[in-house]
Write a protein of this length. Structure first.
Length: 391
């Protein structure tokens, strides 16, 4: 049985996050209009105070407490303030989730205090992760890995301390040879070459990074360097998606929830009510629309919570994490666009944050695997098909 009961301290933390969101929303427009700007000192100070207060409430994990699920719940509420602005002082990135998923205890000890980004996409591919062209060659003289290649669309590539990069040990061996490597950004041969200008989540930098004969220690590989049979290849690196997709999905749900709650609030000011005890035939078109959006957001939320709960139990959640992300990506886009439409010209205006939320939410159906890729993953697992049987 799935248990979504929430510990008292988590409930207190969720309420505190709602209070913190008031400040985050007050600065969100500034960073949306000033992409790639470092956090202003006064904003940084307040964000750090908010984070310290949150840590004080949460404390350390208690025996049996679901840390993944707690983080997912908090991530949703945090994103209702802004999906990325609060992250400007974050100490953990997508790469850290990959490290927690597959790293050895020694690697966790070495890298847990670094802010780690994830670098997968390359100029030659987007969704087809088996097409990785970045290479990693072992130099037997120094026992170091030498990386060569280019990564694009690296989230937080500018502000991170290290990068979890996907590279192949042998292109002729296909997917089985693809491994993850931790590259500290100050390593010679690791160069940031470009910052992207984006539609949404503009407070988060997105970078291109080039590796040119970049040397890293042998122990910076995540998982085993052994190239296994193709049927088991990429299991380690793909397991990182199982850990990161619930977080990305919850981020999007938070944005959709912000748009929906704001829209309801404005409609209620005009006298609208949203009764849950009346038949659908007796509701107005707007009432039906709002209640339908709430139902879809709830469905997406519980799918994501299920996948996070499975991680807490050390269960494989590839199917559930893809189902949650696919559902969330489609729902939040629909919710945000409809909220803009319902609010009319003011919804489209920059006077309110609704138009920003509509721009911000689109990325959640793209990064960490597009909605189409999630559907492929789900279909393969449900139908028992292999990759070459269903593309």
């Amino acid at each position: 049985m799935i248990d979504f009961s929430i510990a008292p301290k988590t409930l207190k933390a969720l309420q505190l996050q709602r209070e913190n969101n008031k400040f985050v929303r007050s600065i969100a427009r500034y960073y949306d209009e000033n992409e790639h700007t470092d956090a202003r000192p006064e904003d940084q100070e307040q964000l750090k105070k908010n984070a310290a207060a949150m840590l004080k409430v949460l404390g350390g994990p208690e025996p049996g407490e679901g840390q993944f699920l707690t983080n997912i719940m908090l991530g949703e509420i945090r994103s209702m303030g802004d999906p990325v602005t609060a992250g400007m002082i974050a100490t953990q990135g997508l790469g850290n989730a990959a490290i927690r998923a597959v790293a050895t205890p020694e690697q966790r000890e070495r890298f847990d205090k670094l802010y780690c980004s994830m670098a997968i996409t390359e100029p030659g591919f987007g969704s087809d992760t088996s097409a990785v062209a970045t290479t990693a060659k072992l130099d037997p003289a120094t026992n170091e890995w030498i990386l060569n290649g280019e990564k694009i669309f690296v989230t937080s590539g500018k502000r991170c301390d290290a990068i979890v990069a996907w590279a192949t040990l042998d292109k002729s061996k296909g997917r089985a040879a693809i491994k993850s490597f931790i590259v500290e950004k100050d390593r010679p041969g690791c160069t940031l070459t470009k910052l992207e200008h984006k539609l949404g989540i503009r407070a988060s930098d997105t970078a291109s990074i080039v590796f040119e004969d970049c040397r890293i220690p042998y122990d910076n590989i995540l998982g085993s360097p052994e190239i296994k049979e193709a049927k088991t290849g990429q299991v380690g690196v793909l397991a990182t998606f199982d850990a990161t997709r619930p977080g990305v999905a919850s981020q999007g749900i938070g944005v959709g929830r912000a748009a929906l709650e704001f829209t309801k609030e404005k409609l209620e000011e005009l006298g609208y009510t949203f009764p849950y005890d009346k038949g659908i035939h007796s509701l107005s078109a707007v009432q039906k629309e709002i209640l339908n959006m709430e139902a879809n957001l709830d469905a997406a939320r519980y799918l994501v919570w299920q996948s996070a709960s499975m991680l807490d139990k050390a269960q494989r959640n590839s199917l559930e994490s893809s189902m949650g992300k696919a559902k969330a990506g489609r729902v939040i886009g629909d919710v945000c666009q409809k909220c803009v439409a319902i609010l009319g010209p003011l919804g489209y205006s920059r006077d309110w944050l609704v138009e920003k939320w509509m721009r911000d939410c689109k990325i959640n159906d793209i990064y960490e695997g597009t909605g189409q890729i999630q559907m492929l993953v789900v279909c393969r697992q449900v139908l028992g098909f292999k990759r070459d049987q269903l593309k």
